[in-house]
Every structure is written in C-alpha cells, then in structure tokens.
Design a binder for this molecule. Structure first.
Ligand code: DGL
Length: 259
C-alpha cells in the first residue's frame, strides 16, 4: 500500500473547500481530492437516515475510484448525521469529522451562540460537546447556506456585511458572548462575522483544528506521502459542472471531474 493515495474531503458544496485548501497549502506534497456533492445540496434539511444512505453510497464510489488514505467530512451536518455509520461501515479508513467548535468557546464563553444548519442545530445539545451547565443558543441559518453556495461570488461587500450583521444582531439580542460557526459554509464570511461581532462576541471556527487533526493522523499512522514530485489534485462534483466550478478548479490548479 503506497502513501501517495489522496486525502479526500467531502461536503455538500463549496463549504468544505477552505478546509481542503488550508490543509493543501500547509501540506503541498499530499494529494488531495475535494468532493462537492452538489447534486444532494443542501444537506441541512435532510433526515439523518437519508444522509447516512447518501454518504455511504458516495463513500463506496469514492473508495473504489480513489482509494483515499484519510476521509475528511468537511461538513458538520454530514458528521453529525453519518460519521459513526461511516466509521462502522468503512473501518479500514481513518475518518476526520467536523463538529462545531464548542469546546474552545466554552473556555471563555458563558453563553455560546452556534450558527448551523437545521440538522446541526437540532442535534447540538445531544452531542455533549460541552458541560450541561454551558448555555447554548442555537440558530439555524439555511438561507445563509444557500447564499454562500449560490450568491457569494456575485455579492458585494455591503451585502456580505449585512448578512453577517443580521445574525450577529440575533445572537447579541440573546446575550451570547461567543459565536461558533457550526457550518463549514459560514467560513466564507469569517471576516464579516468577526468585524460585526467585535469586541463583545468572540468568533470560533474549526478550520485550524481540522488541519491539525489530519496532520496528526498522517504522522500517527505513518501515512505521509513519499512523493518526490508535486502531486496532482482533484475537484469532484456529483452535479453538473459550470463556469463557477471550472474557475475554482483552474485557480486552485486542481483537475475538475464528475463523479
Ligand atoms: N457545509 C455543511 C455543514 O457544515 C452543510 C450545508 C448544507 O448542505 O446544508 O453543515
């Protein structure tokens, strides 16, 4: 078994891409493959059983085609609904899941605000990520997921700022002193959220933690690539390709393929 197999990132769309890019920039010798499951976007309103079935069938195809050495669910909704089923079913592959960064927030926050999809917010208290004494204010923001997936590139600075402000105002009104970005899509608005939240609300995300976790697994399982030349990388779509995705792939220097 060679170590030059790719690390595979999965999300319903564009949301997990910053996670893939962050890892890729810090680890340029590792081949990466990013799957945007655009055909099944959005994941947030779907039932758990449906998500488990979608993700098991995708993972089967992806293992057959790419034989990945690590699979990263760069999606909170997919992680919360399906990570344990995927680990059970594909026990030979290490999985990395993404959950809202409640733990670091709990170190300094008394009232933690969490913004996520309907599914994530519905489950957030059952995940036992923090002590039961921590107060959690969860807000589901499916419109924001849609905005980032479909309109973010065309939106102007003011529209982005307003989007962030709208949610920060809701959390402020509830007395939150932290905001956890509990959907990977929301990282696209990180600067806007931070600007609107400052100085009373601290914003947390899981980006750096996920990259560190993948690096840890590579080292622990002795899976680092032994590439002597730069590897190739793939951007995969389940839905139709269009100029948006073609541009992304081109800018990143990734091959664009349909699954
Ligand atoms: N990016 C995903 C997450 O982190 C889900 C977005 C969606 O498809 O609803 O939850």
């Amino acid at each position: 078994m060679t170590n030059n197999r790719p690390i595979l990132f999965i999300d319903s769309g564009i949301g997990g891409l910053p996670y893939c890019i962050d890892f890729h920039r810090k680890n340029p010798l590792e081949p990466v493959c990013y799957l945007a499951d655009t055909q099944n976007f959005p994941y947030g309103p779907r039932e758990k059983e449906e998500l488990v079935s979608i993700l098991i069938s995708l993972t089967e195809k992806l293992i057959e085609k790419f034989n990945p050495k690590i699979i990263v669910l760069a999606c909170n909704t997919a992680t919360i609904a399906a990570l344990s089923s995927l680990r059970e079913r594909f026990a030979q592959i290490p999985f990395v899941g993404t959950v809202p960064a409640l733990k670091p927030a709990a170190n300094t926050s008394r009232k933690i605000g969490v913004l996520g999809t309907e599914r994530t917010i519905g489950e957030i208290r059952n995940l036992n990520l923090v002590d039961a004494s921590c107060e959690i204010i969860g807000i589901a923001a499916p419109q924001l997921v849609y905005f980032i997936e479909h309109n973010f590139d065309k939106a102007g600075a003011n529209e982005k700022k307003e989007m962030a402000r709208k949610y920060i105002d809701l959390f402020r009104a509830e007395g939150a002193d932290s905001l956890v970005l509990g959907c990977t899509h929301f990282l696209f608005l990180l600067d806007e959220f931070k600007n609107e939240a400052s100085p009373h609300i601290e914003v947390f995300d899981s980006l750096a933690g996920i990259t560190k976790r993948i690096e840890f697994l590579l080292d622990k399982n002795n899976l680092r690539a032994d590439a002597v030349s730069l590897p190739s990388h793939t951007l995969l779509l389940t839905g139709a390709s269009d100029s948006f995705w073609q541009d992304r792939a081109q800018k990143l220097g990734f091959k664009l393929e349909l699954l």
